[in-house]
Design a protein around this ligand. Structure first.
Ligand SMILES: Cc1cc2nc3c(=O)[nH]c(=O)nc-3n(C[C@H](O)[C@H](O)[C@H](O)COP(=O)(O)OP(=O)(O)OC[C@H]3O[C@@H](n4cnc5c(N)ncnc54)[C@H](O)[C@@H]3O)c2cc1C
Length: 396
C-alpha cells in the first residue's frame, strides 16, 4: 500500500482512525494468507517466515513510516504501529518489525541520502532485514555502561565487543549497533561518546551463538561477538559520539511498536477466551455468564482500549515531531500490562485446557510477559514517569 496521508497532515480523530483502519485492512489481507498456524509451523521448523515477510513487502506494508522518495509507503510511526497491532491481533506477532521499525528511525532521520538508500530502502520491499543491538551482558538495562568499542581505523572503524539477546541476528542482513567511540570512564556525561553503526552481517569477525529463549516467535535470540570487525566510513550514522539522542528517538518508536504488539496480542487472547467461554458449559450454563470470569475479561478489555488510545496518541505526537517520550513510555507500560491481564483472563477461562499447548493460550504467556521486560523493563518506564513527568528524585 501507499498511504496518501502524511504524519503531519489531517490529524482529526476521524482521519487518524481512518489511517489506522486502512493499514489494518491491508494487514488482514496478508494474515488471511499467513495465519497463526503458519507462524507456529515456522517456529517448529526454526525458520524465518519468509513468505509472510515477502507478502508484507509486496503489499507495501514494510515501507510504512518511510518516505516514498526513499522507496517507502509514507505515513509515520502511527501506521507501522497499526501494522504491528494488526499482525499481533491475528496471532502473528513479529519481533523483526519492532526492531526494524526502531533501527530505521535514526537512519531515516539522520543518515545521508546515500545511507538511507543503501540501508533503509531495501527493507521496504523485504529485500533486506535489519536487527538492532544495544544490550550487553554486563551493562544490561544500564546501556550507558556498555563496553563495545569502535575505534578509528583509516577512513573507517574497528569494532570489538559483545551484545546479547539480539533478536533475528541470524536472519538479518544488517545490524544497527550502538557502540562506544569513547569509553564510559572517559566521558564527563554518560550520554556522550556513544555512536550508531550499521553493520553488514557478512563482515568477517562477527560470530553468533544462539540462546535458548522460550518465547513463541519466529525470531531467535543470539549472543553476538565482534572481533576486530572492520567498518567502512559510511557505517557511522550521524556524528560520532552523539548517538545517544538519535538512539532515544528510535527507542520511543520501538516502545510504540511494542505497545501495538501488546494490545494486538491481548485482543487475540481475549477473542479466544470469549469464544471458549460462550461454548463451555460444565454446569449447564456457559462459563462466560459467570461474573468472576466475565468481569476479568471485561476489565482486560477496558485496559486494552485505554492502552490503545494512549499508544496512538503517543504515535501521533511522535510523528508530529513533538517530544513523545512520556507518552510512548506510558503506552508501552499500559499496553504490556493490559496484554498480561488479557492472557491471564484467557488462561483462567480455559481452565486446565489453557495449559494444553494445542489450545494456544499458555503459548502466548511468555510473549506478553516478555513485553513487560523487553525492549525495556516496566520499572525503567516507571522511573522515567517518576523522574521526568512527576519531577521526583532519580531513584537509581
Ligand atoms: C526475547 C528477547 C528479545 C530481545 N531482543 C533484543 C534485541 O533485539 N536487541 C537488544 O539489544 N536487546 C534485546 N533484548 C534485551 C532486553 O532489552 C533486555 O533483556 C532488557 O532490556 C533487560 O536487560 P537485562 O535482561 O540485562 O536485565 P537487568 O538490567 O539485569 O535487569 C533485571 C531486572 O531488574 C530490574 N531493574 C533493572 N534496572 C532497574 C532500575 N534502574 N530500576 C528498577 N528496576 C530495575 C527490572 O525488573 C529488570 O527486569 C531482548 C531480550 C529478550 C528476552
Amino acid at each position: 500500500m501507499t498511504t496518501s496521508s502524511t504524519p503531519t497532515g489531517n490529524n482529526t480523530a476521524a482521519a487518524l482512525r481512518a489511517r489506522i483502519r486502512d493499514v489494518q485492512e491491508a494487514a488482514r489481507g496478508v494474515t488471511a494468507l499467513y495465519p497463526r498456524s503458519y507462524i507456529l509451523q515456522c517456529i517448529k521448523e526454526d525458520r524465518f517466515p519468509d513468505e509472510l515477510w515477502q507478502k508484507l513487502g509486496e503489499f507495501g506494508l514494510l515501507g510504512l513510516s518511510i518516505p516514498e522518495e526513499y522507496g517507502g509507503s509514507g505515513g509515520g510511526v502511527l501506521e507501522i504501529t497499526a501494522l504491528n497491532e494488526a499482525l499481533a491481533l491475528a496471532g502473528v506477532p513479529t519481533l523483526f518489525l519492532v526492531v526494524t521499525g526502531l533501527a530505521r528511525v535514526p537512519i531515516a532521520r539522520h543518515g545521508t541520502p546515500e545511507q538511507i538508500r543503501k540501508f533503509v530502502t531495501p527493507t521496504c520491499t523485504g529485500e533486506t532485514k535489519m536487527c538492532f543491538a544495544i544490550t550487553e551482558p554486563n551493562a544490561g538495562t544500564n546501556s550507558f555502561a556498555m563496553s563495545t568499542l569502535a575505534t578509528p581505523d583509516g577512513d573507517g572503524w574497528v569494532l570489538n565487543g559483545q551484545k546479547v539477546f539480539i533478536s533475528g541476528a541470524r536472519d538479518a542482513d544488517h545490524m544497527l549497533v550502538v557502540a562506544r567511540t569513547t569509553r564510559a570512564a572517559e566521558v564527563k556525561n554518560r550520554t556522550e561518546g556513544m555512536s550508531l553503526f550499521v553493520l553488514d552481517m557478512k563482515t568477517p569477525g562477527i560470530q553468533l551463538t544462539q540462546l535458548n529463549i522460550q518465547v513463541e516467535t519466529a525470531e531467535r535470540q543470539y549472543m553476538v561477538f565482534f572481533d576486530n570487525v572492520k567498518l567502512p566510513a559510511d557505517a557511522l550514522i550521524g556524528e560520532a559520539g552523539k548517538g545517544a539522542k538519535l538512539m532515544f528517538e528510535g527507542l520511543n518508536s520501538e516502545r510504540l511498536l511494542a505497545a501495538g504488539a501488546a494490545i494486538g496480542l491481548g485482543d487475540y487472547a481475549l477473542a479466544k477466551a470469549v469464544a471458549y467461554a460462550k461454548d463451555r458449559k460444565p454446569f449447564g450454563k456457559p462459563i462466560g455468564s459467570y461474573q468472576a470470569l466475565q468481569h476479568r475479561m471485561a476489565q482486560a478489555k477496558a485496559q486494552i482500549e485505554a492502552a490503545r488510545l494512549m499508544t496512538y496518541n503517543a504515535a501521533e505526537r511522535f510523528d508530529a515531531g513533538e517530544d513523545a517520550g512520556a507518552h510512548a513510555n506510558m503506552a508501552k507500560l499500559l499496553g504490556s500490562q493490559a496484554a498480561v491481564a488479557a492472557v491471564e483472563a484467557a488462561l483462567q477461562t480455559h481452565g486446565g485446557y489453557g495449559f494444553d499447548r494445542d489450545y494456544d493460550i499458555v503459548t502466548l504467556w511468555p510473549m506478553v510477559r516478555l513485553l513487560e521486560i523487553a525492549p525495556i523493563n516496566n520499572e525503567m518506564l516507571l522511573n522515567y514517569i517518576g523522574e521526568h513527568v512527576l519531577g521526583l528524585p532519580k531513584s537509581y
